[in-house]
Design a protein around this ligand. Structure first.
Ligand code: TYC
Length: 112
């Protein structure tokens, strides 16, 4: 069939090529990022830390165990990196969750 119908005035223009136009190089400032840091303590059970990493930071079991062990051995470890308001919310959620369960597990924020 040849008679393709289109609204008046929208005939294809052969002076334009079909490639997508690229925008000029625009430098957009990247938002600052913040690390949510898990701190070691002597009382929070390892299993609870693993649960926190899975529940709030979407880590799988293997990743969660690795991060937990790093914190246990070195004193600190990064649970995730986020923009400020998300990082702040994660810190509050984890610290509240830990308190509710009677554990001293502490997360803190560090700018990247
Ligand atoms: N050190 C804790 C223990 O031996 C385990 C632990 C790991 C606690 C990581 C906190 O962020 C933490 N039960």
């Amino acid at each position: 069939m040849s008679g393709e119908r289109r609204p008046f005035g929208s005939e294809p223009r052969d002076d334009l090529d079909d490639d997508l136009m690229t925008l000029p190089d625009q430098k957009l400032a990247k938002p600052p990022l913040y690390k949510v840091v898990l701190n070691n303590d002597d009382y929070t059970p390892m299993e609870f830390v693993i649960l926190v990493l899975q529940k709030f930071f979407r880590k799988n079991e293997t990743e969660a165990v690795q991060i937990m062990l790093l914190v246990h051995k070195t004193g600190k470890g990064v649970a995730g990196v986020f923009t400020f308001s998300i990082a702040e919310t994660k810190v509050k959620q984890v610290n509240d969750f830990s308190k509710q369960h009677g554990f001293p597990l502490l997360t803190t924020l560090e700018q990247e």
